[in-house]
Design a protein around this ligand. Structure first.
Ligand SMILES: Nc1ncnc2c1ncn2[C@@H]1O[C@H](COP(=O)(O)OP(=O)(O)OP(=O)(O)O)[C@@H](O)[C@H]1O
Ligand SMILES: [Mg+2]
Length: 209
């Protein structure tokens, strides 16, 4: 596998999509082949699963087990159909959320047992692990402000309460600590400043020997 696999993580509104697109533009502007994708989703089957995850059916309550299996089903399809083939042909894959989201949302916040989450993540991702994961950190209050300022209605997960997002954020902070795969960046400063830090770290990790 010759490509580079980079994932973006953090709570709602931290700036994942903003930073992913800034990094993608910078890399493709340098003539590199970049594949931009997201989870849940990223394939036709995955996008159908995403819409179920975002809206449910309007009345039934999601079982936490059903929820995690749908995320993993989307991931399994995504890895096989899109991520691995892109990496095998040397592309840079930038993915908005990946298996760390499952560790913190379904593990830390919904309290599915850590070993179960680990097993399901491994099964769905086929041994495909990010070369670098960018974790953008903001507080829960900032997250809520940004979601409120954004147009449109909240999806099913965005409707969770403050306690849920605190658990998610704490889960991320635990995960990131001491693991060199992660690059943690403060998401409270302006987007261009965040981007410059991500660009520098990317250069350091992948373009310098
Ligand atoms: N560094 C920043 N400072 C202030 N506002 C920002 C910053 N980065 C992004 N924003 C704004 O915050 C909002 C959320 O950003 P963005 O959609 O990139 O976050 P996200 O992490 O992808 O959110 P979600 O998890 O809901 O998809 C957007 O309106 C965006 O313009
Ligand atoms: Mg986003």
């Amino acid at each position: 596998m010759n490509g580079i696999f980079v994932t973006f993580e953090g709570i709602e509104g931290c700036g994942k999509s903003t930073q992913l697109s800034l990094l993608a533009n910078w890399l493709s502007g340098s003539g590199l082949e970049v594949v931009v994708t997201r989870e849940p989703g990223g394939t036709a089957i995955g996008e159908r699963i995403r819409s179920i995850l975002q809206t449910g059916d309007g009345s039934s309550i999601f079982s936490a087990r059903t929820e995690i299996l749908l995320f993993e089903a989307s991931r399994a399809q995504h890895v096989e159909e899109k991520i691995l083939p892109a990496l095998e042909t040397g592309k840079i894959v930038l993915c908005d959320r990946f298996f760390d989201s499952t560790v913190v949302y379904q593990g830390s916040a919904r309290q599915i047992e850590a070993d179960t989450v680990k097993f399901l993540n491994a099964f769905a991702s086929h041994g495909c692990s990010p070369d670098m994961t960018i974790f953008i950190d903001i507080g829960v209050a900032t997250s809520f402000k940004r979601i409120a300022a954004r147009n449109g209605s909240r999806d099913r997960i965005e409707l969770e309460n403050e306690l849920f997002f605190s658990k998610v954020r704490d889960g991320y902070l635990d995960l990131v600590r001491g693991d060199g795969r992660f690059f943690a960046v403060d998401g409270n400063v302006d987007a261009e400043t965040v981007h410059a830090q991500i660009r520098d770290e990317f250069t350091k990790r992948f373009f310098k020997n």
